[in-house]
Design a protein around this ligand. Structure first.
Ligand code: ARG
Ligand code: ZN
Length: 886
C-alpha cells in the first residue's frame, strides 16, 4: 500500500513570512524523557508581507511544530483559551493574533532519550545535544522554522549538577549558578540575530581542552573543544586546525571572528559530519578525535577540512544566511570552496585538487547522470534533508571556483568583499550573491547563472588539428548537456576551459589565438554550442593539455592517443593534468578489459601504461603525496561510470584486478623499493610524512595484487609492525580483501585491541564490508548482529552497511540480487526511527538503471518492495520515488 505522497515545496512559491520574531528566550530543563522547554517570543507583523500593512486584518500566526507536547501557551502573559489556537501534526496556529507586536509564551515537553531521528534535542551516549538544520528546531518548540526569520536568542539551560556539569549554548555565557540542591543552570546570550537552524544546546559530563586566538583587530577569543572524558588528548589536532582556520580566513578573505568564545562539542551519534551553530559547533566525534594510533592520515585531513568548513560558515552561512532552503548552495557551495582553498594552501595544492575532483566524480557525477539529478539550486523538494547532496556541496563549490576563474582572483575577491559588506546580517539568494560580482566586474552573469539552474554534467568534445603550411593549430570545442528529469531542453553554458599547447620539447607554446575575444589568459570561454579557435605561429603538431586544473565540472572527450597521454604524464606543466593523463590512460585500459571480460573473452592489458607509470614514479621533481595519487588506480565505480550503460560490476571487478596485477608484476622491483624505503618509525602529521605513508600503502596494494603468498606475508608483516592507524588499517584492509589466510588473526587482534573504543572499532566493520570475497554479504549481515554493532548509531550504519552498499560494487551488485534485498531490508528497518540515514543509504541505488538487464531487474524489484512498504517516511518515499521514476 502506498502512503499518500506529500506535496513538494517549490522555490516559485516563496513568500515572505507574515510575522517576524525579534527575540527568543528559552528556558530548557533537561531531562531524558520529560525535558521542559519554555519559550518566550517577541513577535511582530512583517512589514515586507501583506499582513504587515497597517490596514490589513491580522493574519493567523502559523508556527511549525513536530512531535511536541504542548504544556502551556499564553499571550501577553494571559493563558490562551483553547479556541484561540489550533493544533495539528505539523504545528500550532494562533487564529487571530493582536494587531501590533506581541509576546507569546509557549511551554512544550519533549523526550530526548527516545529521539532516534537525531534531529531536534536528543541524547548521544548520555550527552544532550541538538541538531536543528534543516528543520529540527520545530522538534524543540513551536516556531517559524525557516531561515529567513532572524532572532536574538538567550537560552537558559537547567540540569542535574552532577550528571550534567557542562551546559553550553550559542554566544557568550552571561550567568551561571545553582538552582537547588540538585540542579544548576547556565544562561547564554547570542547577540547576533540568527535563524533557528543555527540554535544549539549541549549538556553533559564532558572533558575539554582550551586555547585562545588573537584576532586581527587584537581581540582574544577563548576556544574550547568538548569531548568524551578521557579522550581530551585526541582533540589537539582539531584545535590546531581551528586556529589555523581562523588565521587563514583573516589573511585570505579578511574575515574576523565576532564573539568572545568559540566552542566545539564532539558527540558520537550524529547524522552528518558537523554543524556550524553560531559559536557552538557540534561535530560527529569521528571528525574531531584523532591520534596516530587511532586515526588514519585521511581522517586527520578530513578533520582539518571539516573544522575549517564549519568555522568558515561563521561568515558564509551565519552572518549571511539563506533566504530559503533552495538557496542551500549559497552557504554550502561557497563554504566548501573556501575549505578546499584552505586545504590547498595548508597542504599540496595539486594533491588537494586531485582529491576534490575524485570526490566530485565519485559522488556528484553519478547523481547528475541518474534519476537523482537536480540543479545546484533545486527548484522543488519534498524533504529538504534529501538535498544535502554532492551536487549542492561539491558542484556548488566548483561553480564558485569557475566564477573565480572567469573573473580573475582580484575581481572575485572584490565581489566577495562586496557581498560581505552589502548583505551582512541578511538572508540571501543566489541572485543577491551573483549581483555583487556583476557590480564589481560590470559583467553580465546571466548565462553563468545556468550553472545553478540546469542539472546534469556538460559533455565537452575537443579536437585539435594542425596545419603545417599555415602554421596553425585549430581547437574545435563542442558542448552538450543531456536531458535530466524535468529538464528536457538545455541551453549552452559558460564553460571555462583552461588549456596549454605543448611542443615536442615538453614546453608550453605561446598562445596566440585569432579569436582573442574568446580567451582570457590561458582560459577559453566556451559559451556557445560550438567554438573553433585558431592558434597562430605553431611550427609542429602540439599536444593539447585541456581543462587544466579541472577548470570546469564537465566530462571531456578528447582523441588523445596512449602515446600522447604518456607524453602528458611526463611533460605537462600543469601537475593536475599530469595526474589526469595517467588516470585517463588507466581508465581506458580497464574499460577495454571489462568489455572483453563481459563478452566472455580473456583480456590482456597493454604494457604502455606500466612504462608511463614507471617513468612518472622515477621523476624526482614530484613529491610522494603526488606519486601516491598516481599509484591509486581509478576505482571500480569510476569504470562503471565511464561505461555508462549495460554495466556488469562483476566483469569490472575482474578487469580491475587483472590490471592491478599487471602493474604489481610489471613494477614489482620499484614497488618493493618504495615499500621498503619509505618505512619510517616516527609519526608526524604533516602532509609530507602523510604522503610517504600514502605512497607506501598504495605500493603495498599493488604488490598484494600479484597474489603470491610472499606478498600476503608482506602485508601481514606490515600490519604487525604498524605503529599508526594509517598503516594498520591499510594492511588489514588488504588482507581482508584478498581473503588471506592471515586475515582472521589480524582481525581478531584489531578487535581485541579496539573493542572498547566505539569510534576506532568502526574500521573493523568497514574493512570487512570492503572484502571482495563471495561471502562478504553474509559476513556483513552477520555483523549487524554483533554486540559491538548498533543500528541506531549512524557511524556504525555507515561503517558497515554504508561501506558495503556504497564502496563494494561487485559484492553489493551480486548477480543473485541478494545485495539489493539486504539494502531494502535495512532501509526499511532504519527508516522507522531515522529516516535521514535510511534515505542516504539509498544513494547506493542511484545508478541502478545503468546496470546490465538481469541486475537491473532485480534492483527494480527491491526498490519496488521499499516503495510498497507501509509507513514510509517522506525522506525515503521521495528518494525511492525519484529512483523508480513515479
Ligand atoms: N550545515 C552542515 C554542514 O556544515 C550540514 C548539516 C546537515 N544537516 C542535515 N540535517 N542535513 O555542512
Ligand atoms: Zn556546510
Amino acid at each position: 500500500m502506498k502512503t499518500d505522497t506529500p506535496r513538494p515545496v517549490r522555490l516559485a512559491d516563496y513568500r515572505p513570512t507574515d510575522y517576524l520574531i525579534d527575540t527568543v528566550d528559552l528556558d530548557i530543563a533537561l531531562d531524558p524523557r520529560a525535558t521542559e522547554v519554555k519559550s518566550r517570543l517577541k513577535v511582530r507583523p512583517n512589514p515586507k508581507s501583506l499582513a504587515g500593512r497597517k490596514s490589513a486584518e491580522p493574519r493567523p500566526l502559523v508556527l511549525d511544530g513536530h512531535r511536541l507536547t504542548l504544556v502551556a501557551i499564553a499571550l501577553e502573559g494571559k493563558p490562551l483559551e483553547r479556541k484561540a489556537y489550533r493544533l495539528s501534526r505539523s504545528g500550532l496556529t494562533l487564529i487571530k493574533p493582536p494587531k501590533g507586536p506581541f509576546r507569546l509564551d509557549i511551554t512544550t515537553r519533549i523526550s530526548p532519550e527516545t529521539n532516534k531521528a537525531l534531529t531536534g534535542l536528543y541524547l548521544s551516549r548520555g550527552v544532550y545535544c541538538t541538531q536543528c538544520e534543516a528543520e529540527g528546531f520545530r522538534r524543540i518548540t513551536y516556531f517559524l522554522d525557516r531561515p529567513d526569520v532572524l532572532s536574538v536568542y538567550t537560552c537558559r539551560l537547567i540540569a542535574d549538577r552532577e550528571r550534567v556539569p557542562i551546559l553550553l549554548s550559542n554566544g557568550n555565557l552571561v550567568e551561571r549558578g545553582t538552582l537547588d540542591a540538585k540542579r544548576h543552570y547556565a544562561r547564554w546570550n547570542d547577540p547576533h540575530p540568527k535563524p533557528c537552524y543555527l540554535f544549539a544546546a549541549v549538556g553533559g559530563d564532558l572533558g575539554s581542552i582550551a586555547s585562545s586566538f588573537k584576532t586581527m583587530s587584537g581581540r582574544t577569543v577563548d576556544l574550547a573543544i568538548y569531548v568524551e572524558r578521557g579522550k581530551e588528548a585526541r582533540a589537539a589536532w582539531a584545535m590546531d586546525a581551528l586556529k589555523r582556520s581562523m588565521a587563514w580566513d583573516e589573511k585570505r578573505f579578511g574575515r574576523e571572528y565576532d564573539l568572545d568564545v568559540f566552542n566545539i562539542v564532539a558527540v558520537s551519534d550524529f547524522n552528518m559530519g558537523a554543524m556550524e551553530n553560531k559559536g557552538l559547533n557540534v561535530f560527529n566525534d569521528r571528525l574531531i578525535l584523532a591520534s596516530a594510533e587511532t586515526a588514519t592520515d585521511t581522517m586527520f585531513e578530513a578533520i582539518e577540512s571539516v573544522v575549517a568548513h564549519e568555522y568558515f560558515h561563521n561568515w558564509t552561512g551565519n552572518r549571511i544566511t539563506c533566504r530559503d532552503w533552495f538557496q542551500l548552495c549559497l552557504k554550502e557551495g561557497l563554504t566548501v570552496y573556501r575549505d578546499q582553498e584552505f586545504s590547498a594552501d595548508e597542504r599540496s595544492a595539486v594533491v588537494q585538487r586531485i582529491t576534490d575532483v575524485r570526490q566530485l566524480r565519485t559522488h556528484q557525477f553519478p547523481e547528475d547522470q541518474g534519476p537523482m539529478a537536480h540543479p545546484v539550486r533545486p527548484d522543488s523538494y519534498i524533504e529538504i534533508n534529501n538535498f544535502y547532496t554532492a551536487t549542492v556541496y561539491e558542484k556548488g563549490a566548483e561553480v564558485v571556483r569557475m566564477l573565480a576563474t572567469i573573473l580573475g582572483r582580484d575581481t572575485f575577491r572584490a565581489g566577495l568583499d562586496l557581498y560581505f559588506e552589502r548583505h551582512d546580517g541578511e538572508a540571501c539568494t543566489i541572485e543577491d550573491f551573483l549581483t555583487c560580482f556583476t557590480d564589481v566586474s560590470g559583467r553580465d552573469l546571466k548565462q553563468f547563472m545556468l550553472w545553478y539552474g540546469q542539472a546534469g554534467t556538460p559533455h565537452v568534445t575537443a579536437r585539435l588539428s594542425f596545419d603545417k603550411r599555415s602554421k596553425t593549430a585549430t581547437l574545435d570545442l563542442e558542448q552538450q548537456l543531456a536531458p535530466t528529469p524535468g529538464q528536457p531542453d538545455k541551453a549552452p553554458m559558460h564553460i571555462p576551459v583552461r588549456l596549454g599547447l605543448i611542443g615536442s620539447d615538453g614546453r608550453d607554446l605561446a598562445l596566440r589565438p585569432r579569436q582573442a575575444e574568446s580567451m582570457s589568459d590561458d582560459v577559453v570561454h566556451l559559451t556557445s554550442p560550438r567554438l573553433s579557435i585558431v592558434f597562430d605561429g605553431i611550427e609542429e603538431r602540439p599536444v593539447p593539455s585541456l581543462l587544466r586544473g579541472f577548470s570546469a565540472p564537465v566530462t571531456l572527450d578528447t582523441d588523445l592517443s596512449d602515446k600522447e597521454l604518456a607524453f602528458l604524464v611526463a611533460n605537462d606543466s600543469d601537475p593536475f593534468n599530469r595526474w589526469q593523463a595517467a588516470y585517463s590512460y588507466a581508465l581506458g585500459e580497464i574499460v577495454r578489459l571489462a568489455r572483453v571480460i563481459a563478452d566472455g573473452g580473456r583480456g590482456t592489458p597493454g604494457r604502455g601504461y606500466v612504462a608511463a607509470l614507471d617513468a612518472a614514479l622515477a621523476d624526482a621533481t614530484t613529491d610522494w603525496a603526488f606519486k601516491a595519487e598516481l599509484l591509486r588506480l581509478p576505482s571500480e565505480s569510476d569504470v562503471a561510470r565511464e561505461m555508462a550503460s549495460n554495466v556488469d560490476p562483476g566483469a569490472i571487478h575482474s578487469a580491475h584486478r587483472l590490471f592491478a596485477r599487471m602493474i604489481g608484476r610489471g613494477l614489482y622491483d620499484r614497488l618493493t623499493l618504495i615499500h621498503g624505503d619509505l618505512a619510517s618509525t616516527r609519526f608526524a602529521t604533516d602532509a609530507k610524512s602523510a604522503g610517504k605513508r600514502a605512497a607506501r600503502n598504495a605500493a603495498l596494494g599493488l604488490i598484494v595484487a600479484r597474489g603470491k603468498p610472499e606478498d600476503l606475508a608482506r602485508a601481514a608483516e606490515h600490519y604487525a609492525t604498524a605503529t599508526n592507524m594509517t598503516d594498520a588499517s591499510a594492511a588489514l584492509s588488504l588482507l581482508c580483501d584478498a581473503g588471506a589466510r592471515e586475515a582472521p588473526r589480524a582481525l581478531d587482534h584489531f578487535r581485541q585491541r579496539w573493542q572498547h573504543d566505539h569510534l576506532v572499532i568502526d574500521t573493523w566493520f568497514s574493512v570487512q564490508a570492503l572484502a571482495s570475497g563471495p561471502d562478504t554479504l553474509e559476513t556483513v549481515a552477520r555483523l549487524t548482529e554483533d554486540p559491538l554493532f548498533d543500528v541506531t548509531s549512524p557511524n556504525k550504519v555507515r561503517a558497515l552497511i554504508g561501506t558495503f552498499v556504497g564502496a563494494n560494487p561487485a559484492q553489493f551488485n551480486r548477480p543473485d540480487g541478494a545485495g539489493y534485498r539486504f539494502l531494502a531490508e535495512q532501509v526499511l528497518i532504519i527508516q522507522s526511527f531515522n529516516p535521514q540515514i535510511a534515505a542516504r543509504l539509498l544513494n547506493a541505488m542511484r545508478s541502478w538503471r545503468a546496470l546490465e538487464p538481469k541486475r537491473r531487474k532485480l534492483a527494480h524489484k527491491s526498490l519496488k518492495r521499499i516503495e510498497e512498504a507501509t509507513g514510509l517516511s517522506k525522506d525515503v518515499a521521495e528518494v525511492v520515488g525519484r529512483l523508480i521514476g513515479t
